[in-house]
Design a protein around this ligand. Structure first.
Ligand SMILES: Nc1nc2c(ncn2[C@@H]2O[C@H](COP(=O)(O)OP(=O)(O)O)[C@@H](O)[C@H]2O)c(=O)[nH]1
Ligand SMILES: [Mg+2]
Length: 319
């Protein structure tokens, strides 16, 4: 595998990411910084300021529990007359990061067993197919042999969309006719990947069936069938959540986490909302860590989740 190719998920590009993260989160950040600036105006901090901060954190969808803890931690910071705005932001970023650092996880499909099987789950429109395509592209740039599996067999458009990603990235592609059995397709895909020595298998799934239970049953069937070939697979089940749905993301996490089992969370569209703070309660409610975040539609906009960078960007720090 080529080790030198530059790609979006590689650490060398951290500085560039931070700028993308910052511009992606700008709507969320704007809300935050207004409040931070108003806190700074009135020194020393009084209870009314802290209450206002807590209120703002709740409005930014961080959830009441995290908001209370962050406010308490922030309230312990001592600001003098000469404290700069950045010092205040640093203190707030620290308090937010303390909530998120334990919930940070690494998506690392090239260090695990081969073929490494990744299943993408989540409701329609959350960003599964796009995220899968971005990951395929990144892995291809790293020289990996990648198989993309169009497991959303219910929508012809989904298959076409994925085929474009496969062609663009040079990944192998498997699909079936509309309405075909997704579990059968997944089974054949893993067999092929084993026989042909693929590094990674990326399996897309449907986000909507006749009803929620049908969807859960189908996902469970896909997983069961995959395990017939490899008991350890899928090695990763990524739940893709759209940040713009706000606290609905919590309900989705609960359903998929409880019924299907999830090993990592991808939160997309953090650029499309002023409520990017919803990542905090989702991270805390979930048994699985946040592994990747999406801050835009370009390939470079899918980033590993870095809790400190996220927290600093959210409160408006420049680096
Ligand atoms: N702005 C923005 N759009 C995104 C992001 N991730 C995905 N999208 C868009 O969300 C829409 C739905 O994505 P798709 O991958 O088809 O969702 P799926 O139904 O879960 O497969 C598409 O138009 C994507 O381009 C993101 O991080 N930011
Ligand atoms: Mg899709």
């Amino acid at each position: 595998m080529g080790g030198t190719a530059k790609s979006p998920l590689m650490a060398e590009q951290k500085q560039g990411w931070f700028q993308r993260l910052t511009s992606g989160l700008s709507r969320s950040t704007r809300e935050m910084t207004e409040q931070v600036t108003s806190v700074l105006v009135k020194k020393p901090l009084d209870q009314a300021q802290l209450d206002a901060l807590e209120e703002m954190l709740i409005e930014a969808d961080l959830g009441p529990h995290a908001a209370a803890r962050i406010t308490e931690a922030f309230g312990k910071a001592r600001f003098g007359k000469s404290s700069t705005e950045d010092e205040v932001k640093e203190a707030l970023a620290e308090a937010v990061a303390a909530e998120l650092v334990p919930r940070e996880g690494l998506f690392d499909p090239l260090s695990g067993p081969r073929p490494y099987v990744v299943l993408f789950v989540g409701v329609n429109g959350s960003g599964k197919t796009t995220t899968l395509g971005k990951i395929a592209q990144d892995l291809r740039l790293k020289g990996a042999k990648v198989l993309i599996v169009a497991g959303d067999t219910f929508r012809a458009a989904a298959v076409e969309q994925l085929k474009v990603w496969a062609e663009r990235s040079g990944a192998a592609f498997m699909s079936r006719d509309t309405g075909a059995d997704a579990a059968g397709l997944a089974f054949d895909a893993i067999e092929k990947a084993k026989a042909e020595d693929f590094d990674v298998v990326l399996i897309d799934t449907a986000g909507r069936l006749q009803n929620k239970q049908d969807l859960m049953n189908e996902l469970l069937k896909v997983i069961r069938v995959i395990k017939k070939i490899d008991a350890e697979a899928p090695h990763e089940t990524l739940l893709v959540l759209d940040a713009t749905v706000g606290r609905n993301a919590l309900a989705q996490e609960k359903i998929f986490g409880n019924q299907v089992g999830v090993s990592g969370i991808v939160m997309t569209k953090l650029d499309g909302t002023a409520r990017g703070g919803v990542l905090v309660p989702v991270a805390q409610a979930s048994d699985s860590p946040i592994k990747l975040i999406g801050v835009g539609e370009a390939i470079e906009d899918l980033q590993p989740f870095d809790a400190r960078a996220f927290s600093r960007s959210l409160v408006g720090l420049e680096s």
